[in-house]
Design a protein around this ligand. Structure first.
Ligand SMILES: [Zn+2]
Length: 125
């Protein structure tokens, strides 16, 4: 079994955005599109600690909303298209941007959680 400290720590940004293990940077973090694997297939790190909560959804809402709404406003001001053009362009674009950002941001937050040893607060006995 590989222990802590046997790896030079990979960048949490690279690991998170690639969806790889935050300890070794080689194993896969995800078993499905959003589902986490139970452990790393390369180093055996148990991903039970990982709890990104609502963090990825918040960042996706802020970043995706800024991009899509900005593009919609820019399009409206420049071209003044009919409403159905906005629906045809920006509804699918919203889905693509949000789904495209969610997995990398979830991986990034889990990698940062691992790197910073973030966990629930506990009372001492
Ligand atoms: Zn690993």
């Amino acid at each position: 079994m590989i222990r802590e400290g046997e790896f030079s720590p990979p960048s949490p940004f690279v690991c998170g955005l690639k969806g790889s293990c935050p300890r070794c940077g080689r194993g896969k973090l995800f078993a499905g599109f959003f589902t986490l694997a139970t452990r790393c297939g390369n180093c055996g790190l148990d991903f039970g600690f990982a709890d990104s909560g609502d963090g990825p959804a918040v960042f996706v809402s802020l970043i995706g909303g800024f991009l899509v709404l900005g593009a919609a406003l820019w399009t409206e001001l420049l071209y003044e298209p009919p409403f159905w053009v906005h629906l045809v362009i920006f509804l699918p674009l919203t889905l693509i941007v949000c789904l495209g950002l969610l997995r990398p941001l979830k991986g990034l937050l889990i990698a940062l959680q691992y790197r910073n040893k973030a966990e629930q607060g506990r009372l001492k006995d």
